[in-house]
Design a protein around this ligand. Sequence first.
Ligand SMILES: Nc1ncnc2c1ncn2[C@@H]1O[C@H](COP(=O)(O)OP(=O)(O)O)[C@@H](O)[C@H]1O
Ligand SMILES: [Mg+2]
Length: 375
Amino acid sequence: MTSTFSAAASAEAGARPVPALEVKDLRISYGAVEAVKGISFTVEQGEFVTLLGPSGCGKTTTLRCIAGLESPSGGVIKINGAEVASVARQLSPDRRGINMVFQSYAVWPHLTVEQNVAYGLHGKKLERSEIRRRALAALELVGLEKFADRYGTELSGGQQQRVAVARATVTDPAIILFDEPLSNLDAGLRERMRAELLTLQRQIGRTAIYVTHDQSEAMAMSDKIILMNNGLIDQQATPRELYNRPRTRFAADFVGTTNVLEGTLETTGSRRVFREGAQGIELAVSDREVPDGSVVAVTRPEHIRLTTDTSSLNALPGTVLSVEFLGNRCDVSVEVRGIRFRIEAPASFDAGVGSPITVVFDPDAILILPATAQA
Ligand SMILES: Nc1ncnc2c1ncn2[C@@H]1O[C@H](COP(=O)(O)OP(=O)(O)O)[C@@H](O)[C@H]1O
Ligand SMILES: [Mg+2]
Protein backbone atom coordinates (compact mmCIF):
# COMPACT_ATOMS: atom_id res chain seq x y z
CA MET A 1 0.00 0.00 0.00
CA THR A 2 1.48 3.42 -0.91
CA SER A 3 1.53 6.22 1.64
CA THR A 4 -0.60 8.42 -0.64
CA PHE A 5 -3.31 5.77 -0.70
CA SER A 6 -3.37 5.27 3.07
CA ALA A 7 -3.49 9.04 3.66
CA ALA A 8 -6.47 9.33 1.31
CA ALA A 9 -8.15 6.35 2.98
CA SER A 10 -7.76 7.75 6.48
CA ALA A 11 -8.94 11.21 5.39
CA GLU A 12 -12.06 9.58 4.05
CA ALA A 13 -12.51 7.49 7.19
CA GLY A 14 -12.17 10.64 9.29
CA ALA A 15 -14.91 12.42 7.35
CA ARG A 16 -17.57 9.82 8.13
CA PRO A 17 -18.80 9.00 11.62
CA VAL A 18 -18.24 5.37 12.51
CA PRO A 19 -21.43 3.33 11.94
CA ALA A 20 -23.41 2.36 15.03
CA LEU A 21 -23.51 -1.24 13.84
CA GLU A 22 -21.66 -3.26 11.23
CA VAL A 23 -22.67 -6.84 10.51
CA LYS A 24 -20.42 -8.71 8.10
CA ASP A 25 -21.02 -12.21 6.65
CA LEU A 26 -22.91 -13.19 9.79
CA ARG A 27 -23.84 -16.86 10.14
CA ILE A 28 -25.72 -18.39 13.06
CA SER A 29 -26.44 -22.08 13.48
CA TYR A 30 -28.52 -24.09 15.91
CA GLY A 31 -26.84 -27.48 15.68
CA ALA A 32 -27.23 -28.64 12.09
CA VAL A 33 -29.76 -25.89 11.27
CA GLU A 34 -28.26 -22.74 9.78
CA ALA A 35 -30.77 -20.02 10.74
CA VAL A 36 -28.71 -17.11 9.35
CA LYS A 37 -26.66 -17.91 6.27
CA GLY A 38 -24.26 -15.03 5.74
CA ILE A 39 -25.74 -11.53 5.98
CA SER A 40 -24.06 -8.11 5.87
CA PHE A 41 -25.52 -4.71 6.69
CA THR A 42 -24.63 -1.39 8.29
CA VAL A 43 -26.66 0.85 10.57
CA GLU A 44 -25.63 4.51 10.76
CA GLN A 45 -25.78 6.60 13.94
CA GLY A 46 -29.37 7.56 14.83
CA GLU A 47 -30.90 5.43 12.07
CA PHE A 48 -34.10 3.43 12.48
CA VAL A 49 -33.53 0.18 10.63
CA THR A 50 -36.04 -2.65 10.36
CA LEU A 51 -35.40 -6.33 9.81
CA LEU A 52 -38.50 -7.41 7.89
CA GLY A 53 -39.45 -10.87 6.67
CA PRO A 54 -41.75 -13.85 7.10
CA SER A 55 -41.82 -15.89 10.28
CA GLY A 56 -38.74 -18.11 10.64
CA CYS A 57 -36.49 -16.12 8.28
CA GLY A 58 -33.93 -15.39 11.01
CA LYS A 59 -34.86 -11.91 12.31
CA THR A 60 -34.95 -12.71 16.03
CA THR A 61 -31.83 -14.87 15.76
CA THR A 62 -29.95 -11.95 14.16
CA LEU A 63 -31.18 -9.52 16.83
CA ARG A 64 -30.23 -11.90 19.65
CA CYS A 65 -26.78 -12.32 18.17
CA ILE A 66 -26.30 -8.52 18.06
CA ALA A 67 -27.41 -8.41 21.71
CA GLY A 68 -24.95 -11.18 22.63
CA LEU A 69 -27.58 -13.83 23.45
CA GLU A 70 -26.44 -16.06 20.56
CA SER A 71 -22.93 -16.64 19.16
CA PRO A 72 -22.07 -16.42 15.47
CA SER A 73 -20.79 -19.47 13.65
CA GLY A 74 -19.20 -17.11 11.13
CA GLY A 75 -18.69 -13.41 10.45
CA VAL A 76 -18.20 -10.31 12.58
CA ILE A 77 -20.38 -7.81 14.46
CA LYS A 78 -19.03 -4.37 15.34
CA ILE A 79 -20.72 -1.77 17.54
CA ASN A 80 -19.38 1.80 17.22
CA GLY A 81 -16.36 0.37 15.41
CA ALA A 82 -15.44 -2.19 18.09
CA GLU A 83 -15.73 -5.91 17.45
CA VAL A 84 -18.24 -7.46 19.86
CA ALA A 85 -18.83 -10.84 18.23
CA SER A 86 -17.03 -13.24 15.92
CA VAL A 87 -16.18 -16.93 16.06
CA ALA A 88 -13.10 -16.03 18.10
CA ARG A 89 -14.60 -13.36 20.33
CA GLN A 90 -17.86 -12.96 22.24
CA LEU A 91 -18.32 -9.85 24.39
CA SER A 92 -20.92 -10.40 27.12
CA PRO A 93 -24.34 -8.76 26.54
CA ASP A 94 -24.01 -6.25 29.39
CA ARG A 95 -20.79 -4.85 27.90
CA ARG A 96 -22.16 -4.15 24.41
CA GLY A 97 -24.05 -0.93 25.13
CA ILE A 98 -27.30 -2.43 23.90
CA ASN A 99 -30.81 -2.75 25.29
CA MET A 100 -33.72 -4.76 24.04
CA VAL A 101 -37.48 -4.05 24.11
CA PHE A 102 -39.52 -7.25 23.91
CA GLN A 103 -42.92 -8.15 22.54
CA SER A 104 -44.74 -7.97 25.89
CA TYR A 105 -42.85 -4.87 27.20
CA ALA A 106 -42.19 -6.91 30.37
CA VAL A 107 -43.23 -4.02 32.63
CA TRP A 108 -43.33 -5.49 36.13
CA PRO A 109 -46.76 -4.91 37.69
CA HIS A 110 -45.55 -5.10 41.31
CA LEU A 111 -42.96 -2.34 40.80
CA THR A 112 -43.61 1.36 40.37
CA VAL A 113 -42.84 3.06 37.07
CA GLU A 114 -39.68 4.54 38.55
CA GLN A 115 -38.55 1.18 39.97
CA ASN A 116 -39.20 -0.44 36.60
CA VAL A 117 -36.98 2.09 34.85
CA ALA A 118 -34.30 2.12 37.57
CA TYR A 119 -33.99 -1.66 37.39
CA GLY A 120 -31.50 -1.51 34.54
CA LEU A 121 -29.16 0.64 36.67
CA HIS A 122 -28.90 -1.79 39.56
CA GLY A 123 -25.58 -3.56 39.74
CA LYS A 124 -23.89 -0.51 38.21
CA LYS A 125 -22.60 0.64 41.62
CA LEU A 126 -24.34 4.00 41.48
CA GLU A 127 -25.48 6.13 44.42
CA ARG A 128 -29.17 5.82 45.19
CA SER A 129 -29.67 9.51 44.40
CA GLU A 130 -27.94 9.10 41.03
CA ILE A 131 -30.12 6.10 40.14
CA ARG A 132 -33.18 8.18 40.98
CA ARG A 133 -31.94 11.16 38.96
CA ARG A 134 -31.30 9.04 35.86
CA ALA A 135 -34.58 7.16 36.13
CA LEU A 136 -36.54 10.41 36.38
CA ALA A 137 -34.61 11.90 33.46
CA ALA A 138 -35.47 8.87 31.32
CA LEU A 139 -39.13 9.17 32.35
CA GLU A 140 -39.14 12.85 31.49
CA LEU A 141 -37.85 12.00 28.01
CA VAL A 142 -40.92 9.84 27.37
CA GLY A 143 -43.30 12.24 29.13
CA LEU A 144 -44.02 9.99 32.11
CA GLU A 145 -42.34 11.88 34.95
CA LYS A 146 -45.71 12.45 36.65
CA PHE A 147 -46.36 8.70 36.70
CA ALA A 148 -43.17 7.73 38.55
CA ASP A 149 -45.05 6.39 41.60
CA ARG A 150 -47.74 4.46 39.76
CA TYR A 151 -47.64 0.69 39.60
CA GLY A 152 -47.29 -1.28 36.37
CA THR A 153 -50.92 -2.46 36.68
CA GLU A 154 -52.18 1.15 36.66
CA LEU A 155 -50.86 1.92 33.18
CA SER A 156 -52.45 1.84 29.74
CA GLY A 157 -50.79 -0.11 26.93
CA GLY A 158 -49.32 3.10 25.53
CA GLN A 159 -47.89 4.09 28.90
CA GLN A 160 -46.35 0.63 29.33
CA GLN A 161 -44.68 1.05 25.97
CA ARG A 162 -43.22 4.35 27.19
CA VAL A 163 -41.95 2.72 30.37
CA ALA A 164 -40.30 -0.01 28.31
CA VAL A 165 -38.60 2.61 26.12
CA ALA A 166 -37.52 4.66 29.17
CA ARG A 167 -36.08 1.51 30.72
CA ALA A 168 -34.22 0.76 27.50
CA THR A 169 -32.68 4.26 27.34
CA VAL A 170 -31.77 4.72 31.02
CA THR A 171 -28.38 2.98 30.70
CA ASP A 172 -27.50 5.22 27.75
CA PRO A 173 -27.13 2.40 25.19
CA ALA A 174 -25.58 2.84 21.76
CA ILE A 175 -28.42 0.89 20.16
CA ILE A 176 -31.93 -0.13 21.17
CA LEU A 177 -33.25 -3.40 19.76
CA PHE A 178 -36.99 -4.01 19.36
CA ASP A 179 -38.39 -7.48 18.71
CA GLU A 180 -41.97 -7.22 17.40
CA PRO A 181 -43.05 -4.94 20.27
CA LEU A 182 -46.48 -4.25 18.76
CA SER A 183 -47.47 -7.70 17.57
CA ASN A 184 -49.62 -8.55 20.60
CA LEU A 185 -51.89 -5.53 20.11
CA ASP A 186 -55.08 -5.29 18.09
CA ALA A 187 -54.96 -3.47 14.74
CA GLY A 188 -56.25 -0.04 15.82
CA LEU A 189 -54.03 0.24 18.88
CA ARG A 190 -51.06 -1.06 16.90
CA GLU A 191 -51.29 1.81 14.43
CA ARG A 192 -51.48 4.42 17.19
CA MET A 193 -48.60 2.85 19.08
CA ARG A 194 -46.32 2.64 16.07
CA ALA A 195 -46.76 6.36 15.42
CA GLU A 196 -46.01 7.02 19.07
CA LEU A 197 -43.01 4.70 19.12
CA LEU A 198 -41.54 6.44 16.09
CA THR A 199 -42.05 9.88 17.67
CA LEU A 200 -40.37 8.60 20.81
CA GLN A 201 -37.41 7.22 18.90
CA ARG A 202 -36.97 10.51 17.04
CA GLN A 203 -37.17 12.41 20.33
CA ILE A 204 -34.56 10.32 22.06
CA GLY A 205 -32.47 10.22 18.88
CA ARG A 206 -31.21 6.66 19.43
CA THR A 207 -30.08 4.18 16.86
CA ALA A 208 -32.80 1.55 16.68
CA ILE A 209 -33.05 -1.88 15.12
CA TYR A 210 -36.60 -3.06 14.86
CA VAL A 211 -37.84 -6.53 13.98
CA THR A 212 -41.25 -7.16 12.45
CA HIS A 213 -43.02 -9.45 9.98
CA ASP A 214 -45.54 -6.65 9.30
CA GLN A 215 -44.67 -4.84 6.08
CA SER A 216 -46.89 -1.82 6.76
CA GLU A 217 -45.23 -1.33 10.14
CA ALA A 218 -41.80 -1.52 8.50
CA MET A 219 -42.84 0.90 5.74
CA ALA A 220 -44.29 3.44 8.17
CA MET A 221 -41.39 3.51 10.62
CA SER A 222 -38.07 2.80 8.95
CA ASP A 223 -35.25 4.87 7.49
CA LYS A 224 -34.07 1.62 5.94
CA ILE A 225 -35.61 -1.83 5.57
CA ILE A 226 -33.56 -5.00 5.47
CA LEU A 227 -35.81 -7.59 3.88
CA MET A 228 -34.87 -11.11 4.90
CA ASN A 229 -35.89 -14.46 3.44
CA ASN A 230 -34.77 -17.87 4.57
CA GLY A 231 -31.69 -16.72 6.50
CA LEU A 232 -30.47 -14.32 3.80
CA ILE A 233 -30.97 -10.66 2.92
CA ASP A 234 -33.19 -10.29 -0.12
CA GLN A 235 -32.95 -6.50 -0.44
CA GLN A 236 -31.88 -3.48 1.62
CA ALA A 237 -33.53 -0.20 0.72
CA THR A 238 -35.54 2.76 1.93
CA PRO A 239 -39.29 2.04 2.16
CA ARG A 240 -39.86 4.01 -1.05
CA GLU A 241 -37.17 2.19 -3.00
CA LEU A 242 -38.37 -1.17 -1.78
CA TYR A 243 -41.93 -0.41 -2.89
CA ASN A 244 -41.04 1.27 -6.19
CA ARG A 245 -38.00 -0.81 -7.19
CA PRO A 246 -38.22 -4.26 -5.61
CA ARG A 247 -35.31 -6.29 -6.96
CA THR A 248 -36.86 -9.71 -6.66
CA ARG A 249 -40.26 -11.28 -7.01
CA PHE A 250 -40.13 -12.09 -3.30
CA ALA A 251 -39.63 -8.40 -2.44
CA ALA A 252 -42.40 -7.33 -4.83
CA ASP A 253 -44.81 -9.86 -3.31
CA PHE A 254 -43.90 -9.23 0.32
CA VAL A 255 -44.23 -5.44 0.25
CA GLY A 256 -47.54 -4.04 -0.95
CA THR A 257 -50.06 -5.59 -3.32
CA THR A 258 -48.83 -6.74 -6.70
CA ASN A 259 -50.07 -8.23 -9.95
CA VAL A 260 -47.45 -10.67 -11.21
CA LEU A 261 -47.28 -12.09 -14.73
CA GLU A 262 -44.71 -14.64 -15.90
CA GLY A 263 -43.49 -14.50 -19.48
CA THR A 264 -40.77 -13.35 -21.84
CA LEU A 265 -39.34 -10.00 -22.84
CA GLU A 266 -38.41 -9.20 -26.43
CA THR A 267 -36.79 -6.08 -27.86
CA THR A 268 -37.36 -5.01 -31.48
CA GLY A 269 -35.62 -1.75 -32.29
CA SER A 270 -36.69 0.71 -29.60
CA ARG A 271 -39.79 -1.28 -28.68
CA ARG A 272 -39.83 -3.71 -25.77
CA VAL A 273 -42.72 -6.13 -25.47
CA PHE A 274 -43.57 -8.40 -22.57
CA ARG A 275 -45.47 -11.52 -23.65
CA GLU A 276 -47.27 -13.37 -20.88
CA GLY A 277 -46.77 -17.14 -21.15
CA ALA A 278 -50.10 -18.90 -20.56
CA GLN A 279 -52.66 -16.50 -22.10
CA GLY A 280 -50.43 -14.54 -24.47
CA ILE A 281 -51.22 -11.10 -23.05
CA GLU A 282 -48.87 -8.56 -24.68
CA LEU A 283 -47.75 -5.34 -23.04
CA ALA A 284 -45.37 -2.60 -24.18
CA VAL A 285 -42.92 -1.81 -21.38
CA SER A 286 -40.40 1.02 -20.84
CA ASP A 287 -38.11 -0.83 -18.43
CA ARG A 288 -34.55 -0.92 -19.85
CA GLU A 289 -32.67 -2.69 -17.08
CA VAL A 290 -33.42 -6.34 -17.63
CA PRO A 291 -32.19 -8.15 -20.78
CA ASP A 292 -34.53 -10.09 -23.08
CA GLY A 293 -35.57 -13.57 -21.95
CA SER A 294 -37.65 -15.09 -19.18
CA VAL A 295 -38.96 -12.41 -16.83
CA VAL A 296 -41.78 -11.53 -14.47
CA ALA A 297 -43.79 -8.34 -14.96
CA VAL A 298 -45.03 -6.70 -11.78
CA THR A 299 -47.69 -3.98 -11.61
CA ARG A 300 -49.11 -2.27 -8.53
CA PRO A 301 -52.91 -1.86 -8.33
CA GLU A 302 -52.64 1.96 -8.45
CA HIS A 303 -50.80 1.80 -11.80
CA ILE A 304 -53.57 0.08 -13.72
CA ARG A 305 -56.34 2.27 -15.08
CA LEU A 306 -59.95 1.29 -15.76
CA THR A 307 -61.66 3.02 -18.69
CA THR A 308 -64.10 2.57 -21.55
CA ASP A 309 -61.61 3.92 -24.09
CA THR A 310 -60.12 0.94 -25.95
CA SER A 311 -57.65 2.93 -28.08
CA SER A 312 -54.80 3.53 -25.58
CA LEU A 313 -51.49 1.72 -25.63
CA ASN A 314 -51.64 -1.46 -23.49
CA ALA A 315 -55.47 -1.43 -23.39
CA LEU A 316 -56.99 -4.88 -22.84
CA PRO A 317 -60.66 -5.88 -22.66
CA GLY A 318 -61.75 -7.44 -19.38
CA THR A 319 -64.71 -8.16 -17.12
CA VAL A 320 -65.40 -6.76 -13.65
CA LEU A 321 -65.29 -9.58 -11.07
CA SER A 322 -65.80 -7.60 -7.86
CA VAL A 323 -65.84 -4.04 -6.53
CA GLU A 324 -65.07 -3.15 -2.91
CA PHE A 325 -66.04 0.41 -2.01
CA LEU A 326 -63.62 1.66 0.67
CA GLY A 327 -64.75 5.27 1.06
CA ASN A 328 -61.72 7.01 -0.45
CA ARG A 329 -61.24 4.47 -3.27
CA CYS A 330 -62.47 1.18 -4.72
CA ASP A 331 -60.54 -2.07 -4.83
CA VAL A 332 -61.59 -3.73 -8.07
CA SER A 333 -60.91 -7.23 -9.40
CA VAL A 334 -60.97 -7.58 -13.16
CA GLU A 335 -60.52 -10.69 -15.27
CA VAL A 336 -58.50 -10.39 -18.47
CA ARG A 337 -58.23 -13.64 -20.49
CA GLY A 338 -58.69 -15.78 -17.41
CA ILE A 339 -56.19 -13.80 -15.32
CA ARG A 340 -57.39 -11.86 -12.28
CA PHE A 341 -55.96 -8.37 -11.70
CA ARG A 342 -56.28 -6.27 -8.56
CA ILE A 343 -56.80 -2.64 -9.46
CA GLU A 344 -57.22 0.52 -7.44
CA ALA A 345 -59.98 2.75 -8.83
CA PRO A 346 -61.35 6.12 -7.71
CA ALA A 347 -64.19 6.11 -5.16
CA SER A 348 -66.54 7.18 -7.97
CA PHE A 349 -66.02 3.91 -9.88
CA ASP A 350 -69.39 2.22 -10.15
CA ALA A 351 -69.37 -0.40 -12.93
CA GLY A 352 -71.36 -3.47 -11.89
CA VAL A 353 -70.01 -6.98 -11.48
CA GLY A 354 -69.95 -8.74 -14.86
CA SER A 355 -69.73 -5.56 -16.91
CA PRO A 356 -67.13 -5.23 -19.67
CA ILE A 357 -64.29 -2.83 -18.93
CA THR A 358 -61.00 -1.81 -20.50
CA VAL A 359 -57.85 -2.25 -18.47
CA VAL A 360 -54.88 0.02 -19.30
CA PHE A 361 -51.32 -0.68 -18.13
CA ASP A 362 -48.96 2.28 -17.95
CA PRO A 363 -45.76 1.09 -19.72
CA ASP A 364 -43.65 3.21 -17.34
CA ALA A 365 -45.14 1.50 -14.29
CA ILE A 366 -44.60 -2.10 -15.34
CA LEU A 367 -41.66 -3.40 -13.42
CA ILE A 368 -39.64 -6.12 -15.10
CA LEU A 369 -37.69 -8.54 -12.91
CA PRO A 370 -35.51 -11.38 -14.13
CA ALA A 371 -37.30 -14.70 -13.60
CA THR A 372 -34.15 -16.04 -11.92
CA ALA A 373 -34.40 -13.37 -9.22
CA GLN A 374 -37.32 -15.32 -7.82
CA ALA A 375 -36.68 -16.34 -4.24
N1 LIG B 1 -33.30 -22.05 19.92
C1 LIG B 1 -33.44 -22.56 18.69
N2 LIG B 1 -33.09 -23.84 18.39
C2 LIG B 1 -33.21 -24.36 17.16
N3 LIG B 1 -33.68 -23.67 16.10
C3 LIG B 1 -34.06 -22.38 16.31
C4 LIG B 1 -33.97 -21.77 17.61
N4 LIG B 1 -34.42 -20.49 17.50
C5 LIG B 1 -34.78 -20.32 16.20
N5 LIG B 1 -34.57 -21.46 15.50
C6 LIG B 1 -34.82 -21.64 14.04
O1 LIG B 1 -34.09 -20.65 13.36
C7 LIG B 1 -34.86 -20.13 12.29
C8 LIG B 1 -35.03 -18.63 12.44
O2 LIG B 1 -35.80 -18.36 13.58
P1 LIG B 1 -36.10 -16.88 14.09
O3 LIG B 1 -34.84 -16.10 14.07
O4 LIG B 1 -36.80 -16.98 15.39
O5 LIG B 1 -37.08 -16.34 12.96
P2 LIG B 1 -37.98 -15.01 12.92
O6 LIG B 1 -37.69 -14.18 14.13
O7 LIG B 1 -37.62 -14.35 11.64
O8 LIG B 1 -39.40 -15.49 12.90
C9 LIG B 1 -36.17 -20.89 12.28
O9 LIG B 1 -36.06 -21.93 11.36
C10 LIG B 1 -36.26 -21.40 13.70
O10 LIG B 1 -37.01 -22.59 13.74
MG1 LIG C 1 -38.98 -13.55 15.69
